[in-house]
Every structure is written in C-alpha cells, then in structure tokens.
Design a protein. Structure first.
Length: 276
C-alpha cells in the first residue's frame, strides 16, 4: 500500500519508536495523528513536523486544493474508549485512515516474590491494561473506521483498506526475571496478531506485529551510559542498541508490502535474552 496520501494514527507517537515512525510516515506523505498522554511532547512534535512542511500529497478524500499532509496531536490514554474514539475521529477527519501503529506501552519491572514481598496485583494489572488492553482498544476502534473506507488499489493491483502494526517485544519469547507482567502483555499482543489478521482479512485490513529487541528509547535513556553500552554488546550483530529509525523503517516496509500479514517479526539483531 502506498503511504502517500493516507492518514496514520500512531500511539506513543510523541517519543521513541512512535515518534520515529510518525516522522518516517509523515516524510513519506502521510498525515499523522500522534496519540499520547496529555503531558507528553505530542503538541510540540506535531508543530515541529508541520513547520517542516510536506506537500507530498493531499489525503485521498481531499479536493485538488487541499493542503499537504498534516500532523495532529490527539491527547489520549490508550485504555480509554472515549479518548481513543476521539483520536480515531480526528484521523478520519483528515482523510482515509489506513495505517495504525501501536507503540504506547510501559515496562514496569517487578518480581513475583520481590524484596518488598509479593508483587501487588494492581502493578501486574496496570501493565496488562496499558500494553495489552490498550493495544486491543486501539485495534478494535481503528479497524471499525478502516472497514468503512473505500479500498485502495496497491501497486501490484490488490485492494487494501489498511494495515495495523502492533509492538510486542522479544520479552514475549525470552522474558527475563522481573518481567512477568511485561512478558505476559507482549506475549499476548503476539498471540492475538494471527486471529485478528484472519478476521480482518474479510475487511481487507492486515495486522502485523513487530517484536523489538533492545532499542534506544526514553526508557533506556534513563540507564547510565555504561549500562546501555553493556546491553548493546549483548546483541550479536550489529552489536549495539537498536535505533528508533530502524523500527520506523520496518513499519514503513510493512505498510508497503501487502504480503506481510498475521506475523510477528523480531527486530533484534539476533539477540536471545538471558534469564536476567
């Protein structure tokens, strides 16, 4: 599917993997709706993208005099039905919503039996609610909007309405000590990819998940440089941390390659995480 002239909704779009993906899609001619928490840098980032300008294409539904693609900030908690519906509505107002990228998530650690006792159930639930339920909330509401659009004809001649890209993690497969909630949430994102892809096939919507390894993200930036370097050296090749632009590059390729569907793709430099 051609990126140019479409509308993309990206959760976690104000920073890290989401921001890199938003920039990549915007530069390719898509209008982008940045979904992130109200206190995030979403508004500033949208203004930055718009200031750079991109007259690559007007949305498909626009008139010949429509302005080029735009970036819009939609403050929302991914677990809120009303707030995500408002973000989807904002995307539809810009043109055909054809791309959704779920990058919002948290990685709060916690052992089942930690130094301070048993892992609080609310701590486990919070990770599941944001990473899993939040992702599903976005999928279901965005899929409804996508299913209502007219199909686009791809370069190779097949019709498509859209593509949904989720973010899991290598923790879905190589969960470490202290990651029961995170690994469970990301494992579930992986597990629901195929059944949702099979269901949405009738609506001409693809569903693909990316499972990143160790990447340079705001969460990683909180670690000392020595610790970041040590983690990067654990990656077989390239022996460094992944860069958000590399995630964004894969996301853009998934959009453009119609045969990618129902799959979870590890993006990890061949790392297999140890127990701790």
């Amino acid at each position: 599917m051609d990126i140019k002239g479409t509308v993309a909704l990206i959760t976690g779009g104000a920073s890290g993997l989401g921001a890199a993906t938003a920039r990549r899609l915007f530069d390719a001619g898509a209008s982008v709706v940045l979904v992130d928490l109200p206190g995030s840098a979403g508004a500033a980032f949208a203004a930055e993208l718009n200031a750079g300008g991109n007259e690559a294409a007007a949305p498909e539904s626009g008139s010949p005099t429509s302005p080029g693609n735009r970036a819009v900030f939609a403050p929302a908690d991914v677990t809120s039905e009303a707030e995500i519906q408002a973000a989807v509505d904002a995307a539809v107002a810009l043109g055909p919503l054809r791309i959704v990228v779920n990058c919002a998530g948290i990685a709060t650690p916690g052992k089942v039996l930690g130094r301070e006792g048993v892992l609080p159930l609310e701590s486990f639930n919070r990770v599941i609610q944001i990473n899993l339920v939040g992702t599903f909330n976005v999928i279901r509401l965005a899929a409804a909007a996508m299913a209502a659009t007219e199909p686009a004809v791809t370069e190779l001649g097949g019709p498509e309405r859209g593509v949904i890209i989720n973010t899991a993690s290598v923790a879905a497969f190589d969960g470490q000590i202290g990651q029961p909630a995170y690994a469970a949430s990301k494992g579930a994102v992986h597990a629901m990819t195929l059944p949702i892809a099979r269901e949405l096939a009738r609506s001409l919507v693809r569903v693909v998940t990316i499972a990143p390894g160790i990447f340079e993200t705001p969460m990683m930036a909180g670690l000392p440089q020595e610790a970041q370097d040590s983690l990067g050296q654990q990656v077989p090749h390239p022996s460094r941390l992944g860069r958000p632009a590399e995630y964004a590059h894969l996301a853009a390729h998934i959009v453009e390659n119609a045969m990618l569907n129902g799959e979870t793709i590890r993006l990890d430099g061949a790392i297999r995480m140890g127990p701790k």
